[in-house]
Design a protein around this ligand. Structure first.
Ligand code: PMV
Length: 328
């Protein structure tokens, strides 16, 4: 009745921004991501008859918002319902990175919680069903289930929108060098951001180009055309943030060091011929994508910039899985 799971955060090369069905988090477009080796959540869940309520502990977190607690309570309720259990659980969870700063902590958090909870109740759930389940808890967490490089299909509705593997983690030696620029929790959650996306006057034009962009990115991945791939993902990040900035009311996730990293990456490309490209999720953190051969150079350059709190080099990683090291 006790299991522990690890689930990776993932970085989106093509972003999920806006839903067609907010309640079940069916996205407006397909998105593509890579799982991160060093940024993950580990969660231990134990169900026992003697527990009289769910008790969750977040290791190393000072601030746990009520909204977060409610989402977890809802997730556990839904796991129990599916597994036909009435037992309460003790849960301990930890992140290897700061949450709510643009490193998809809800993706890794909910993917690890669901994987451990179903495992602890002995409920057999396949990858597709688990991905669909996680999508309803926190959209992007459906992409933390399969291994490696992943596409989340928008599908036609709640029952067929899920993520599947495009390539295993050893397909391509590329890295996400993450520059953490702030540990302050962002003011606007991605859930609220998704709900406002359609208020941007540019939203419709973003959506028109989406299928073509997904196709072009997949083509570059298939050919391992790194510069083609990088140009698409960098332009995509700017496109998504243009929607955020022009939503009503506007959302600006960037901090001054975010812009400094963006400018530096473009300068390194021009002046040093260093093939690296940035992308940014819903937060100030910048993800610099490069080939593994350049990862240490990029990391060193980032460490020399002002106001960078930490730099972490991530390889492509497996999806959510059960491990034998419990947190209690
Ligand atoms: O899964 P959510 O609701 O946290 O939304 C994720 C939104 C972005 O990180 C900005 C883009 C993405 O596809 O991950």
């Amino acid at each position: 009745m006790k299991q522990t799971a690890i689930a990776p955060a993932n970085i989106a090369f093509i972003k999920y921004w806006g839903t067609v069905d907010p309640s079940s988090r069916v996205p407006a477009n397909n998105s593509i991501s890579m799982n991160l080796s060093e940024m993950y959540t580990q969660t231990t869940v134990e169900f026992l008859p003697e527990y009289t309520s769910d008790k969750i502990t977040f290791l190393g977190e000072n601030e746990v918002r009520q909204k977060e607690k409610d989402r977890i309570a809802n997730a556990l309720h839904r796991v129990r319902k599916l597994a036909k259990s009435t037992l309460f659980a003790k849960i301990i969870t930890r992140n290897t990175f700061p949450k709510a700063t643009g490193i998809s902590s809800s993706a890794s958090g909910f993917a690890s919680l669901a994987t451990a909870a179903f495992g602890a109740l002995g409920y057999p759930i396949g990858e597709k069903e688990l991905s669909i389940f996680c999508r309803t808890l926190s959209g992007g967490s459906c992409r933390s289930i399969p291994d490696g490089f992943v596409e989340w299909e928008k599908g036609t509705g709640p029952t067929d929108s899920f993520a599947h593997q495009l390539y295993p983690s050893n397909y391509w030696n590329i890295c996400d060098v993450v520059a953490v620029v702030s540990k302050t929790i962002k003011k606007v959650s991605s859930t609220d951001g998704h709900a406002k996306a359609y208020t941007s006057p540019f939203y419709e034009s973003r959506m028109k180009g989406m299928d073509d962009k997904v196709m072009r990115l997949k083509d570059a991945m298939q050919k391992k055309d790194f510069n083609g791939f990088g140009s698409i993902l960098e332009a995509e990040a700017l496109n998504m943030h243009a929607i955020c900035m022009t939503s009503v009311p506007p959302i600006l996730y960037w901090e001054p060091p975010t812009v400094a990293v963006m400018r530096s990456v473009q300068k390194w490309r021009e002046e040093k011929q260093l093939a690296c490209y940035f992308t940014i999720d819903a937060g100030p953190t910048v993800h610099v994508i490069c080939e593994k051969a350049n990862a240490q150079t990029v990391a060193q350059l980032l460490r020399h910039l002002l106001d960078i709190q930490s730099v972490v080099v991530n390889n492509p990683a497996p999806g959510a899985h059960i491990v034998s090291t419990h947190l209690f």
